[in-house]
Every structure is written in structure tokens, then in C-alpha cells.
Design a protein around this ligand. Sequence first.
Ligand code: T1G
Length: 698
Amino acid sequence: MISTNTQDGVVVLSIDNPPVNALSSATCVEVIEALQKGNDDPAVAGFVITGNGRGMFSGGADIGEFATIMQERKVNVRDLVDAVDKLPKPIAVAVDGRALGGGLELALACDLRLGTPSSLFGLPEIKLGLLPGAGGTQRLPRLIGVVPALEMILKGDNADAAKAKKIGLIDEVVDGDVVAAAAAAVRGLAAKGEKRRVSEKKVSAYPIYFSEAHKRVPPEDKGGFAAHKAIDAIEAAVDWPFNHGSARELRYFIELLTGRESRAYQHIFFAERELAKIPGMPAGTAQHPVRSAAVIGSGTMGTGIAMTFANAGIGVRVLDTNAQAVERGRATVEKTYGDQVKRGRMTEETAAERLAAIEFVDSYDKIADADLVVEAVFESMDVKKSVFAQLDAAVKPDAILATNTSTLDIDAIAAATGRPGQVIGTHFFSPANIMKLLEVVRGTASSPETIATSMALGKTLRKVSVLVGNCDGFVGNRMLAPYIREAAHLLEEGALPQEVDAALTDFGFAMGPFAVADLAGIDVAAHIRAGREQAGTLGPGRVPRFEVMLTELGRLGQKTGSGFYRYEPGDRKPKPDPQIEQMIVEESRALGIERRAIPPDEIVKRCVYALINEGAKVLADGIALRSGDIDIVWIYGYGFPPFRGGPMYYADSVGLKKVLADVEAFHAAYGERWAPAPLLAELAGAGKRFASYKGAQA
Ligand code: T1G
């Protein structure tokens, strides 16, 4: 796990613990022992710690050991950092790649930090519902100041070498042998009998920095628990001597580590890494290189997808035979990049490069050599079949043909071509250049190569790719239907849009279902409803029809200034509208429903349990490979609160027996739409969790 060599009196320790040089307990023990051995050797002047020379210094503490590290009181990163801090001889780190979490905290404990130009430095613990627990909250503010330390720890983003040098996080950027440079620097310190322990530095700050920081993070019960604790720990660094502040940090760290929130984030961390593991996919399945792409349709989704390719450095041609649509598309792309330059989020050069990578064309022969095509035209089966037939005729035989449909049958679309094995769904979420989720929808004929290429492409496009099966709405939209249906039933029974949305945003959703409906467009929901009504897949029993009523009133949502809410010109803030309240009350009267006050927790249970019940069916049908995949879809695509781990993880944390009992009660009260999913009943009966279900694969 570590190797050592001595360079002119300096012991160099190289950590090599694939895949990410996690500082597991065993690795920490080895490093501590090597330091003690060198310390006892009078010939040793000092130490350098470095990575494996393959672009990874350390990915931090071993997340896989979190569950046991406290119970078994195993040696851990904190012990290693303390051992370094107490070393009488000088020590430096030579960072060749990423130094994250405990890896950066180890570096902070050393006298000197040297990095290569490509090295990255970050404390991402907040993304795991934690704070830096190995001295980071005490040493970082001492080294770079309180305000930059708050920024780095509360955001959890990486600093590249140039920024790290600029903020004083590292001492030197070495374009060459960073280990040799570090060893020389250590020899220099040893010669002067000097050490530069960060723990001995003083730090000061105005209390207002902390009170203001508390205001900028979410409330403790809305995913902000770790952030508030991190701010308190950094404040302790200012108010107390190092050891006292450090003890405070440890207490907060243990509280978070054993807390519900961090366990949910750890679930998401590993669930995200499971996504690429596809059961039954032959090892070494070939992936086609995607060097050039094409997008059909220059509407909102088409241009968003085109920018996604350009942002990943892949040249893309956008085909649209409608000249106005092309002009609108071109204007959207230019405005998007122009705004990013204005906001300082992109340089003029990068914007020019991205714009140059997107070419608008008006005929199929101009996209004949694309490696992959994504169709993003109007959501109609006939339109899509005609486009795919033309693509099949025009585009080179080994190209992959993907559709961005959000609900339609992939197999039916594939059947319009002579290459169904190369047809697949790539369901982007609006705005496609922003939203991280990508549902990769496999058709019955989609070949392993087409699937592997599409999943890998998702990573290249910096998306979180989830492989899902082919059914009405795939995973996300299939579960969305009963969720928004239940929300509509709640309106009929006594709630108002703002009450339903408030209950669900209090639960932690980024937005409530009615604000989302207004954003997405009421006519889109009405169009999908009409399609399901025609196909007879609207679901058991009478389905509320508010989207139809609003469409008839021309209230299509934000784009028309009113939907379930009304909007002031230029203001996206939803405002309750008495007209809507009247419409809803009259609808209840027309349905003979006596309206009642509906408590927020009932609103949450009925909407979230509708998700969970459908999720259980999605899992049993093999449309999702794992319950964790469903959680990732809902967190990255639909704003489900990450601190609750996703709908299926949340159900497991509540306990399936309890969830089933409520679903059965809703079934008795509201009828067939609440028939408990057989898998939910089965797992609850067996005292099992969705996470343990390894059932039918898509
Ligand atoms: N511990 C254990 N396993 C890890 C790991 C870690 N820290 N990081 C990655 N892995 C596994 C991962 O599960 C996957 O396994 C494989 O490595 C490749 O990962 C005290 C407490 C480093 C940027 O939050 O962000 O230090 O699926 O697919 O895309 O304050 O992994 O192959 O079996 O993501 O090249 C803080 C987490 C820990 C960094 C590499 N550190 N890791 O990305 O590979 S908390 C983090 C990452 C801490 C201290 C606290 C990324 C990466 P498998 P990958 P990648």
C-alpha cells in the first residue's frame, strides 16, 4: 500500500492504494509506522509523502470504512494527521493529481505543499453530509483565512493548482519532478532546523462572517446540518486554541457521521458508482468512439443537447428544415454562451470555441458522417418514425441513432429503421446543457455496444447516466405520473397548489409539483395526458383534469404568465391566484367532494408514497436495475431531496412495513390507484429493504 525510498536523507513515502489512494485504516497504519521508523533514524532529515504517480495523491478517507471506523476504533486519517503534526522532523507533500478530503487534510498537516500544474485540491466532505474531520476545519482557516476556508468547505469544490497557489493553499507549483522539489525543500528546512506547522498559526475573523455564513446555507432540517456544523467548527478555530477547536471538530464529525443525513449522502455516493455496472454486459464490450454528433430539431431540447456536446468538446451539427426554428436555435445558443461570458463563468475564447463547434444545417446529407445522432423533435410517434426512417437512409451504417423521447416506445421507433440494434433512448432533462441526469433507455434490440457507447458518452458529456428499460415514461416520468396525479387529487379534496408545493418543498424538494408544471408547460402535461388517454394507460379510476381545464383557459404556465399560479412580467416567482382557487373549489363542488383542510404530512405521504409504490413496480418490472438507480434518477432529474437519499432509500429508512401500512390505508380510502405494489408487500412482509432487491433485470 505504500513504498518508501530515500533521496539524500529524505524518506519519500509513495501511497499506492488503488483505485483512488483512499486513506484506509491499513494505509494510515503503514504511513504512521514508516514515519516513526524514519524519525528514529538519525540519518533521516525529513519526509515527503506523494501519490502513485498516476494522477491521484489521495481520494481521502476510505468511505467504505465509515460504517465500522468508529465502532472498532480503527486507526484512521485523524490519527495519521496527528502523527504528522507531532513529527519533530520536517515533512512535505508532493501532490501529483487530486488531493481530496482526508488527502488534503494530510497535506495541511505538513510543513510544505507542492503540486504539479494538473493537481487539484478539495474538501468535498459536505457532499457526503460531513465536514472535514481530520483537522481541515482548524488548519485550512489558519492557512488561507476564514472567508476562503468557509467557501472551500461549504461548497466542497476543487481548486486547481493555480488557484491553490494564489490563495496560499500550496507553496509551489512544480512543472517537473515535484517529488525531487519537495525533497529539496525539506532538506532546506532541516538545514535551518525549521518547521512550518499550520496548527501553530493564529487565525482571526469577525463574528459576522459566521452569522452571515449560517444565513447562506439551508436550514439544518433541509440538508444544511453538515454546513452549520462546519461553520461552527471553523468558528471554533478562531475562538479556541488548536487542540480545543480540533476536539470540537471531532465531536461534530462523529455526530454527522452517525447521522441520517450523511448515511443518505453516502448511499448516493455508492449508488452513483454502481450505475455503470450493468449485469449481463459482456466484459470488454466495444464502445464506438463518438467524435462527431448530430441533433435533429433546434428547439429548446435540441439546442440544449447540442451545447452539451459542444461543452464536452464534440463537434455537433443541428439539423432543422424550418428556417425560423434554426434562427431561434442559433439565437438561444449565442445568448446562452454570451450570458456565461457576461457572468464571468466562461472566457470569450471558450465561448467562441463552443459556438464554432455547433453548426446548423438544413438537410440530412449534411449529417451523413455523424458517429451518433440524437433526435429531439416534437413528441409524436409518427413524426419520430419518419425522422428515424430518414436518418436510417442518410447516416453512415455504423452510426448510433438515439431518441430524446421522454415517454414513447423505443422499440416502435427502432422498427422504423433497418438497424434496431443501434437505436437507443437518450432522455435528457430540460435545460439539457444544465441538468445532470441522462436516462439511457435500452430497447429490446439495443446491442451491448450501443448501450456501452451511450453510457460512456453520458460520462463524456459530464452527465449522470442511468440505464433504464423501455416502458411508458421509463423510470422518471413513469413515477412522476402517480406523484402529480396524487397532488391533483389533493387539490380536489381541499388543498391549494401553494399548500401542496409548500409541504413538498418543506420536505426538501427543490420545487413543488404545481410550480414544476407551470415551468414545464401545462400544454405539455395535457399533451401527454391525451396520449395516455388514447392509449388507455391513464391509470385506474377517474383522473383529475386540471391541466385540461387550464389549457382550455390558455393558462399554459410561466410561458403565458399564468398556470396553477400567476406570474408578474419578468418574474418567475409563482403567486397564488384567486381565479385558480375558485376553479378548484368549483371542480370539487362539481365532483361532489366536500373540501377539507389537509395537513402537510398527509400531503407529503400521499405524494411521496405514490412515488415509492410506483418505484416498486418499476423495480419489479426490471425497468430499473437497482433501487439506487431510481434514487439517482429522482435526485438528479426531479429535485428529490438528496439528504433523504432518494425515494427508495427514504422508504427503506422509514421502514417498508410502515410505508405499506399507509399505502394499504390509502388503498382502502382512495381506491385502485393505491393498490400496493406486490414487491412492496413482499419485501415488507419479509422485513427486507428495496436496497436488498436484486430481482428481474430489464
Ligand atoms: N473511499 C472509498 N472508495 C472510494 C473513494 C473513497 N474516498 N473514492 C472513490 N472510491 C471508489 C469508488 O467507489 C469506485 O469504486 C472507485 O473508487 C472509482 O471511483 C476525514 C472523512 C476520487 C474524484 O469525497 O470524488 O476524507 O465502483 O468511479 O470518476 O475529512 O471517486 O470501482 O468499486 O468515482 O475517477 C472525501 C470521493 C472522503 C472523494 C475519482 N473524499 N471520490 O473519480 O472514479 S471523506 C471524497 C471521488 C474524508 C476526512 C473525511 C471520486 C474521485 P468502484 P470513481 P473517478
